[in-house]
Write a protein that binds this ligand. Sequence first.
Ligand SMILES: Cc1cc2nc3c(=O)[nH]c(=O)nc-3n(C[C@H](O)[C@H](O)[C@H](O)COP(=O)(O)O)c2cc1C
Length: 160
Amino acid sequence: MTQAEFRRAMGCFATGVTIITVDYEGEVQGMTANAFASVSLDPQLVLVCVDQRSRTHAHLHAKKRFGVNVLAENQRAVSEYYALPAEAQDRGEGEARTRFERTAHGTPVLQGALAYLECRLHTAQDAGDHTIFIAEVEDVVVREGDPLLYFRGKYRSIGP
Ligand SMILES: Cc1cc2nc3c(=O)[nH]c(=O)nc-3n(C[C@H](O)[C@H](O)[C@H](O)COP(=O)(O)O)c2cc1C
């Protein structure tokens, strides 16, 4: 099986889209992620799988606290921006047009997202070229609206 075949198969699994946010010395570090899942109800745990080469990976390890922002249908540009490679973001490519608030812990919260989860790192398990970050959810915010979806490599909306 090639990597392309593996990706094609995984692309059949329709997901929502999240932005993982970490405070990095007062700056917002954000990364688009759909490898996000609920793990346990008692205690309340979630997981996110993060590429070991990403900037976010280093920040999650250092900070041990992050936010998960579940994107709304109209936040496709936000997803595209936070999926850009570090160099492209640093060159000023793409437009985020995002505003963040801060929780009491200083974690950045994306305005306009469908849901926000405040996460404290529980365990980190390396798995191949990614790390599975399992975190305890300390607080949530939920808003009305429809989600941004990702299926077969394209953004979608839920439709009527
Ligand atoms: C829809 C979508 C979902 C993604 N999901 C993940 C993911 O779950 N984990 C991951 O490590 N990268 C994922 N990526 C890729 C990262 O967003 C991308 O590598 C990003 O540039 C990393 O940013 P950073 O280096 O600033 O942390 C996804 C990209 C897209 C477009």
